[in-house]
Design a protein around this ligand. Structure first.
Ligand SMILES: [Zn+2]
Length: 457
């Protein structure tokens, strides 16, 4: 009886002592990163000294060497390369498009454009009437009008959708599948509205995928202003457009995932992964996409080492070689995890930009989520809460072989990301130091809690 009474009385004390210990540790993590953090300086090096890092480029290759050297300097237990093949697409020249005829009358209105990633060369300047469609339903309804024309998809990110990532997902299919869907009905080229939220005229590139059953026609994204004007004009008048692209593929390149590890002291076989991707598009510095995820990852390692934190579980810090045009980095990481019979319990990806952190998104069951949400009071002072829905392209291949792995991501304020994403404006100057470092604080705090309690607490 006394024993039980003691237990009942002391239980809340034990819990609150634990909470105290954790909140003190997280405070230390925050102090360390906000005061001595190196993420911003590392991002400057990556974006300014190395620059855009399309898979297969010398810059991408150098970025992996840079990542390895810098993580070695933080003295983790291990740092190693995971060699991996990546696609090797080249833009090949200065993409071009113009409106050259309105209702049969010659004009010359040059358009701001960028070829989509993977788009092949137009093999010279092509010219045709443009047919504008709002969506695939309209394409299907008007399929008999498409032959010999250039199809324009009005793939806007709808401004009414508050979560911009959701708006991007809705429009994404026009970029990825639009070219082959139009080629099926005889189109000779495709234009899309850039998947952009910006009130500017910066075109945004991004990956598209050819369906091998149809001709591989060239595809370009228009700057938002030019796209909207073309869409409105084409509804009233017959427009002729020209376009020229230069894309081609070289044989697959030899690249590397860069992996650093803090080996667990109690449960070394339970692996927690944090990562971002090293590659970017060729047209910018890949600052928010995904330089910030790369330096978040490196900063968490640096902070843990500098606080002399010895994790119970093994923590892997991964700079993935290729996400943008093939996702080969994540596939290689998952393939080796399976081959080496590893046990992966949780992975976190940072690939939404380095903006103000809002949440740790978790992909798990409702019952598990409830447990993770008991950590929200510990994270709240640093700006995040635990919410449903997490994961990312680099860590998702792990789910194929590790059915119970929990997929998580750092969710940040999403209002500005698609202003810059895949545009030439995704540069270092558009990253805020405090927002960036606060992201690393929240990742480190969450990963610390996962390390302490595992995922089955
Ligand atoms: Zn990305």
């Amino acid at each position: 009886m006394r024993c039980l009474l003691f237990f009942i009385l002391s239980f809340p004390l034990l819990v609150s002592a634990q909470l105290n210990k954790d909140s003190l540790m997280i405070k230390k993590i925050s102090y360390e990163i906000m005061t001595n953090g190196r993420a911003y300086d590392l991002l400057r090096e990556l974006t300014k000294n190395i620059g855009g890092r399309l898979a297969g480029s010398p810059e991408q290759h150098n970025a992996a060497i840079w990542g390895k050297i810098n993580m070695e300097a933080f003295q983790p237990d291990k740092v190693f390369f995971q060699p991996c093949k990546t696609p090797n697409w080249k833009r090949g020249g200065k993409d071009y498009a113009a409106i050259v005829g309105i209702n049969g009358k010659a004009t010359n209105k040059k358009l701001e454009v960028m070829a989509l990633g993977n788009s092949l060369s137009s093999k010279g300047l092509m010219e045709a009437e443009v047919i504008v469609v709002s969506d695939f339903n309209e394409l299907e309804a008007r399929k008999n009008e498409v032959k010999g024309k250039i199809v324009y998809f009005h793939s806007i990110l709808h401004p009414s959708i508050i979560e911009t990532g959701k708006a991007y997902e809705d429009a994404y299919i026009y970029r990825s599948d639009g070219p082959s869907r139009a080629a099926k009905y005889g189109a000779i080229g495709v234009m899309i509205h850039s998947l952009s939220t910006a009130p500017d005229n910066e075109p945004q590139t991004g990956v598209m995928e050819y369906n091998d059953s149809f001709p591989k026609i060239p595809a370009i994204a228009l700057g938002p202003t030019d796209a909207k004007n073309l869409f409105e004009q084409a509804k009233k008048s017959m427009l002729r457009v020209q376009m020229e692209t230069f894309g081609y593929f070289l044989p697959d390149a030899d690249e590397n995932n860069v992996v650093a590890e803090l080996t667990g002291s109690e449960f070394p076989n339970e692996i927690i992964t944090i990562g971002g991707h090293l590659d970017s598009w060729d047209v910018n510095e890949g600052a928010h996409d995904d330089g910030t995820g790369v330096v978040h990852t490196m900063e968490v390692l640096r902070a843990f080492k500098s606080l002399n934190y010895h994790p119970k579980r093994t923590i892997r810090f991964v700079l993935f070689a290729n996400e943008e045009n093939g996702g080969m980095g994540g596939l290689k990481y998952a393939e080796l995890a399976k081959l080496n019979k590893e046990k992966h319990i949780l992975a976190l990806e940072s690939d939404d930009g380095g903006f103000t952190p809002r949440a740790i998104g978790i992909g798990c069951t409702a019952a598990q989520l409830k447990k993770f949400q008991t950590w929200t009071p510990l994270l709240k002072p640093y700006g995040t809460e635990v919410i449903a829905g997490g994961g990312g392209a680099d860590i998702s291949p792990l789910s194929k072989d590790f059915k119970n792995i929990i997929q998580t991501s750092l969710l940040v304020d999403s209002q500005r990301y698609f202003d810059l994403h895949h545009a030439k404006t995704d540069v270092f100057e558009n990253v805020n130091k405090r927002e960036l470092h606060l992201g690393a604080v929240n990742i480190a705090a969450f990963i610390y809690l996962v390390d302490q309690y595992g995922v089955n607490f």
